[in-house]
Design a protein around this ligand. Structure first.
Ligand SMILES: C[S@@+](CC[C@H](N)C(=O)[O-])C[C@H]1O[C@@H](n2cnc3c(N)ncnc32)[C@H](O)[C@@H]1O
Length: 238
């Protein structure tokens, strides 16, 4: 297989607020750090970078190779197909995809409290307008995007673990999952284990302690996360 490249596309950089841009720049520099750890710093590429954005990145100490658009980069490495990671895609990413693709594109997008679903899809439309052909796939953890690290640097680290450390997707997710992201998934998961008990003349929703042992095998949670989420949802641990 020819060299693999990992692209962060920053075509939507200017749609971010200043605060978001700062977080985005931080995530990019952390991505470079992770790529360095895997000795593939020169394989991490930034595309969709205008002169203005380039200066802004440089001011932050980011001197990674940039291209004004993805098409220009692809031309330079003589490649035509690539994979765009998109949480809203219909197709699901599998370990087999690392053999079928050698260019992996991640949206240079930072989410805030606003509803920003489908931003990566919007980015894909820009690629389509450039006449590019590509596949779009989502990464799932046991059937759901919730629980998959979505910060760019964490997402990339997960990908490097799958590709270079040969970890199964679930294990790579576990190793890069923050406790905050794990708690979000726990909030969805816990209701599947709730039982209702009749105590002191009323129905009480309970969850057994053993459930924690079961869930912690695949979610990066500590017991205090389990307690916190149960309390939030009015569930008693027995
Ligand atoms: C913070 S996410 C932005 C997601 C954006 N709000 C959306 O819904 O399209 C940044 C990037 O990480 C990648 N990403 C994060 N989670 C993903 C998932 N579960 N599947 C595929 N790509 C994901 C995508 O490339 C995405 O553009």
């Amino acid at each position: 297989m020819s060299d693999r490249y990992f692209v962060i596309d920053l075509s939507l950089f200017d749609l971010h607020t200043d605060k978001e841009k700062k977080r985005l720049k931080l995530q990019i520099s952390q991505s470079i750090y992770v790529a360095e750890k895997y000795k593939i710093k020169d394989k991490l590429i930034l595309t969709g970078v205008s002169e203005k954005t380039k200066n802004e990145l440089a001011g932050y100490g980011i001197k990674q190779k940039t291209y004004s658009n993805l098409k220009e980069f692809l031309k330079g490495v003589d490649r035509k197909i690539f994979l765009v990671f998109d949480p809203n895609a219909s197709d699901v990413f599998t370990e087999g995809d690392i053999e079928s693709f050698d260019i992996f594109v991640i949206g240079g997008i930072v989410d805030t409290a606003k509803d920003e679903k489908k931003t990566t899809e919007y980015l894909s439309k820009i690629f389509e307008k450039q006449g590019l052909k590509f596949a779009r796939k989502k990464v799932l953890l046991r059937g759901d995007i919730i629980g998959v690290p979505d910060r760019i640097n964490m997402f990339l680290e997960m990908l490097f673990k799958i590709i270079y450390d040969k970890l199964p997707i679930e294990k790579a997710i576990y190793e890069t999952q923050s406790r905050k992201i794990a708690r979000w998934r726990l909030r969805k998961e816990l209701k599947n284990f709730v039982e209702v008990r009749y105590e002191n003349d009323k129905n009480v929703r309970i969850v057994r302690k053993e459930v924690f042992e079961k869930i912690k095998e695949w979610l990066n949670i500590e017991y205090k996360d389990f307690e916190k989420v149960a309390e939030e949802q009015g569930i008693k641990i027995v």
